[in-house]
Design a protein around this ligand. Sequence first.
Ligand code: UD1
Ligand code: UDP
Length: 356
Amino acid sequence: MRILTIIGARPQFIKASVVSRAIKQTGGIEEIMLHTGQHFDANMSDIFFNQLGIPKPDIQLDIHGGSHGEMTGRMLAEIEQALLEHKPDRVLVYGDTNSTLAGALAAAKLHIPVAHVEAGLRSFNMRMPEEVNRILTDQISDLLFCPTTTAVKNLETEGFGHKPVKVMQVGDVMQDAALLFAEKAVAPAGGDFPEKFILATLHRAENTDNPERLANIVRALNQVHQDEAPVVLPLHPRTRKLISHQGLKLNVKLIEPVGYFEMVWLLDHCQLVLTDSGGVQKEAFFFGKPCVTMRDQTEWVELVDAGANELVGADQQKIVEAAARNVGRSVEDADQLYGGGEASQRIVDELVMAGR
Ligand code: UD1
Ligand code: UDP
């Protein structure tokens, strides 16, 4: 069976690394890797291929920037050509980026079945580009690999139980990655990190593209850095651009985006995670750290229910207070919320079965 995997953004490299590894170990599947080029800086792309042993993409597109419609449209056209040339039996997509939607749509229009890893997640906020991408991708997939119980329930609510598709709770491939690569943790080069620090990440469009939200978050991070503990922030290129565009000043310890091994080190050594990332919310939990999430909704509601994650939006005061409340606290993964590291193998077993 030939599977064509479509990736393009940083979290997809990390997710695909563990599934790709399980594909190789299991045998019986030829995987062709297509990189859309959505993320392209060395520290947003190449570094993950090198560190995580992901094979060099068989097809490398160079599509990035522009509006959402333009980026997705250009990807759709070029992915279609690649599918026509390589004739896969199935397409595999991850998460909720523009690369995800373009890949799934190109395949569906050619009647190639689509498997979606991270199916069923919902924020119920249609203004988020990710929500649009994931809802549409789920609609045109026939193997829906859900990471959580909530994700399965979301699909049931949307009527997937009556469709000729397979919805499965397999666990979260990001937990597989965290478990597999934890021992590779390495301090970021040129570091000199304080004994106690807070790890922050910030890049989601709903924060960075809204001047008021962005200014509030910048003020909150500056205050937390001043009052609680040094804030270490590997700065996403999107955020770098928008902060400079708005003339804001982040007075925290800014570093360039880091590789996964460095990120794992930061997660392991920090006192608290402050983020708007999807993946980093869970990774805080995997490394026993409390998380304060600077968003109005989360797809990972079980972390909030478990008391591991506090949702505070982009309100300066709420961010500062939640940081003070949570810093240094430890968090336990008592309930195996994310499958315990078996997700990739479950996914590959299902892919093999579907190909018979
Ligand atoms: C994308 C995803 C988001 C995901 C994030 C992971 C969509 C709609 N959004 O957001 O869901 O959380 O990836 O990090 O697909 N840039 C660089 N160098 C790079 C990558 C990006 O300079 O290597 C710049 C781009 O030129 C652009 C900006 O950063 O100006 C945003 O990149 P883009 O891929 O559009 O969206 P992300 O914010 O990265
Ligand atoms: N990450 C990384 N280096 C960084 C920031 C994040 O390796 O400088 C990893 C992080 O550990 C997680 C993934 O990138 O595995 C999350 O990606 P991101 O926050 O960009 O996207 P999201 O999960 O919000 O879609």
